[in-house]
Design a protein. Sequence first.
Lengths: 114, 112
Amino acid sequence: AQSVTQPDIHITVSEGASLELRCNYSYGATPYLFWYVQSPGQGLQLLLKYFSGDTLVQGIKGFEAEFKRSQSSFNLRKPSVHWSDAAEYFCAVGAQGGSYIPTFGRGTSLIVHP
Amino acid sequence: DGGITQSPKYLFRKEGQNVTLSCEQNLNHDAMYWYRQDPGQGLRLIYYSQIVNDFQKGDIAEGYSVSREKKESFPLTVTSAQKNPTAFYLCASSIGGFSGYTFGSGTRLTVV
């Protein structure tokens, strides 16, 4: 079974600084990988996803993520953070075949200082 | 615009009462899902349905029930058997496969 770890519970950055949120997965074959964002009291919104091909994936809101098979990682990045990016970020991993139900990480809370 | 509507946004119930959370989508998605979210625990799958009139238990189905009589609707009933029902409940839908989910805005259930 697949699993996903988000090592950082909280991340604090200053507005305008760069951001990297970490995601590590455990799965034998090539996984399906996702990043979602959740504003307080709201549902999740899909930022980007990776299935195959180019390992650098562009998403919405200026986010990108890079799949690194050798490190079993799919870290989310943004070059310059805006105050509106403050939210909870979830990484999810899915396994090929079966029910296609992804496993979600526990989330990383992003705090943005002015 | 297409999307998923969850209602109500806030729900208060007395202990021992059953309560039903509504989830409606107009995206024409085949698959629908219910998740429970507790602080620091991420999302845990309660039930999912990949086709009308069929559904499967997720990781924490005990104390919950669902129905899928229409493609657009996937209501969740939290029964009195659920030991700790106070939580944030999220409904999602997808085209199928690994297309990614569209989520509703959630229902916060508080049982007193």
